[in-house]
Design a protein around this ligand. Structure first.
Ligand code: FES
Length: 176
């Protein structure tokens, strides 16, 4: 029997609730799992989480909108987030931002037409002494240069195809 996406979300959230518990402390990890698997936290997902945890959907919505890493609406397979907090700003984040725009052909807040890349700003991620810093999905890159941006984007592009992307592949290739 084919499961609809809504059924899959229900089953996943039920399983994650059994695994992580059904109190409020489980909300953020469950939302992160939804984000990772479905690449968005849809209003329906929020409703399911609220039902499972016995809380009001508005509470779930407020968490989703508070944390920049959780998003309503679909975003790309690769979400590239560049830190724009002051230390990275002084370390040359504008140059990196422009390189990202050039390489991806999109601006911040946008997703490429093929749905592969989203480009976003983020706030300080604790790598201030190694800026400019950026994230590709959950992997941090520090002391980023324009050449590195090009390598990172190309490594992501090379991973397109039947194999699922794991962020370590990017790091491995860039580190070589
Ligand atoms: S200011 Fe960019 S990581 Fe802290």
């Amino acid at each position: 029997m084919l499961l609809t996406e809504r059924q899959r979300i229900c089953e996943d959230v039920t399983a994650w609730t059994h695994e992580l518990g059904s109190d409020r402390s489980a909300m953020l990890p469950i939302l992160q799992l939804i984000q990772a698997k479905y690449r968005e936290v849809s209003p329906y997902s929020m409703q399911v989480v609220a039902d499972q945890l016995g809380i009001h959907p508005v509470e779930v919505y407020s968490v989703v909108t508070f944390f920049a890493f959780l998003r309503e609406g679909t975003h790309g397979k690769f979400v590239i987030r560049l830190c724009r907090t002051i230390t990275c700003d002084m370390a040359g984040k504008d140059r990196i931002a422009q390189q990202l725009r050039n390489d991806l052909g999109i601006d911040f807040g946008q997703t490429t037409p093929d749905g592969q890349f989203s480009l976003e700003w983020t706030s300080c991620m604790g790598m201030c002494d190694q800026g400019p810093a950026l994230l590709v999905n959950d992997q941090v890159f520090t002391r980023v240069t324009s050449d590195m941006v090009h390598d990172i984007v190309e490594a992501c592009r090379r991973s397109f195809g039947p194999l699922a992307f794991h962020s370590r592949e990017v790091k491995t290739e860039v580190d070589q």
